[in-house]
Ligand binder design. Structure first.
Ligand code: F0G
Length: 458
């Protein structure tokens, strides 16, 4: 029998209290946070959908692993376990542990970046772009055109446009392209999956032009689910086998273990090339820690080794993807414009279409984020002109391609009733859709401004 109810394939052993705030309290909290939910305290939030990163609930097996963690400075058994888990999964011989994904990005991109260098991706995640631009290099996003039409259905909207890739190689010269980075799933492009065929074509182009091909693999298990269910020829492979085939196409990977390794902290860089690994390892030891722990405790590494196994459990992945789709379909039914089909780790609402009368330089995405907090205590993140906007020489905003709001779903944390509550909050939001004004930015730092920017209501 095919049950409709998506049951969470786990029982709950420990619970964490949620403090239920009132709308009056939230109004004060929001003002004190300068209308930037990143500046809220977590106990002021009812449902926290800010990120799926580092917010997973660990399993009893992982907690057992935590007790087993070997905290030796060098050659800890927990490190050897993590190293083997990464090697078995990726096939890459050289593994460098880091405290999170962006540290791995820093190790690699600071070595291969620099002025005059070019990086090409389906879409660079914000820390990826920042790490690249910080070296003086150029980061170019080449998602397929379907990606910028939120309501247009396409099975692999995260794909990289290979025709444009070839044009850009021609334009910049292959010797100047430091790497092509395929982010699976494509987080900033709506959490959309990348097909195996697209990855294979990108690999071939890179190979033919002698360009390094790197996977940003932090959600590769979720990406494998989509390949198995949407791409002909993969029905009979396991999710893990699909991921392994994808790793086999590339020269290395960056991974934030805070996503599909189901842990609260950790990451790694894994490479095929010994020379490059040695160069990165030097930076690792200077900035993160010794090469057998990076920035990690032994117990973290133990939990990563276990998480990298657990994430490929078919029951888990089915529940994961289906529960994201469940929320997406509820919002769609309410008439909320969302990125469709739903991605793996998050639902992305299209705030620009939701609030057509709010000018883009008043940040419709930020309006939606603030309203969801006011109405339901939901915290989520703007992925639009606050995060990616730039200014022209006259100081006018150059808006991002889209103004999305991301409802990122922590792994194994919330139940179906929590998602029903989120949908109910959206039903309220729909009633107050006629907003005409938004916010102005009162303070912003030069890089990654969305984290600390302060806003004023207009
Ligand atoms: N790459 C991708 C695709 C990511 O989504 C992230 C983090 C990183 C790299 C950096 O990893 O946080 O461990 O340093 N994404 C989080 C998010 C922050 O909310 O999407 P990190």
């Amino acid at each position: 029998m095919d049950f409709k109810t998506i049951i969470e394939p786990f029982r709950i052993k420990t619970v964490e209290r949620i403090r239920l705030t009132t709308p009056q309290e939230r109004e004060v909290f929001l003002q004190n946070a300068h209308f930037n939910p990143f500046l809220l305290r977590s106990d002021q939030v009812i449902i926290d959908l800010l990120t799926d990163s580092g917010t997973s609930a660990m399993s009893s097996e992982q907690w057992a692993g935590i007790m087993r963690g070997d905290e030796s400075y060098a050659g800890a058994s927990s490190w050897l376990r993590m190293e083997k888990a990464v090697q078995d999964l990726t096939g890459y011989p050289y593994v460098l542990p880091t405290h999170q994904g962006r540290a791995a990005e820093h190790l690699l991109y600071s070595r291969i970046g620099g002025p005059g260098k070019v990086f090409i991706s389906n879409t660079h995640f914000d820390t990826t772009r920042a790490n690249i631009e910080f070296t003086g290099a150029l980061a170019i996003d080449l998602p397929i055109s379907e990606n910028s039409h939120p309501s247009l259905l396409h099975p692999f909207k995260g794909n990289l446009d290979t025709a444009l890739l070839l044009e850009n190689i021609e334009q910049y010269g292959s010797e100047n392209i430091a790497a092509v980075i395929l982010t699976v799933t494509n987080n900033s492009g709506g959490g959309q999956p990348v097909s195996f065929q697209n990855a294979r074509e990108v690999a071939e182009i890179c190979h033919n032009h002698g360009i390094r091909f790197i996977l940003d693999a932090c959600r590769i298990a979720e990406n494998a689910w989509f390949i198995k269910h949407r791409e002909p020829g993969f029905e009979d492979l396991t999710y893990r086998e699909i991921a392994q085939k994808m790793f086999a196409l590339a020269d290395g990977c960056i991974m934030s273990a805070k996503k599909d390794a189901l842990v609260n902290m950790g990451g790694f860089l894994a490479l095929r090339d010994l020379d490059l690994a040695v160069q990165c390892r030097t930076v690792l030891i200077i900035t993160e820690g010794y090469s057998t722990y990076g920035g990690l405790s032994g117990r973290d590494m133990e939990a990563i080794a276990i998480g990298l196994e657990e994430v490929f459990d078919p029951d888990y992945l089915h529940y994961r993807i289906k529960s994201t789709e469940y929320l997406a379909e509820k919002l769609h039914a309410l008439g909320v414009p969302i990125m469709r089909p739903a991605g793996g780790h998050a639902v992305y609402a299209d705030a620009r279409s939701f609030y057509p009368e709010i000018p883009l330089d008043q940040y419709p995405g930020q309006v939606m984020v603030c309203e969801l907090y006011r109405l339901g205590g939901i915290r989520c993140c703007e992925i639009g002109s606050v995060m990616f906007g730039k200014y022209d020489s006259g100081g006018r905003l150059i808006p991002a391609a889209m103004d999305l709001v991301r409802l990122a779903i922590p792994r194994r944390v919330y139940t179906q009733s929590h998602m029903d509550y989120v949908a109910e909050t959206f039903a309220e939001l729909v009633k107050h859709r006629d907003k005409k004004t938004g916010y102005r930015i009162a303070y912003e730092p030069p890089f990654l401004r969305h984290f600390t920017a302060r806003f004023e209501a207009l």
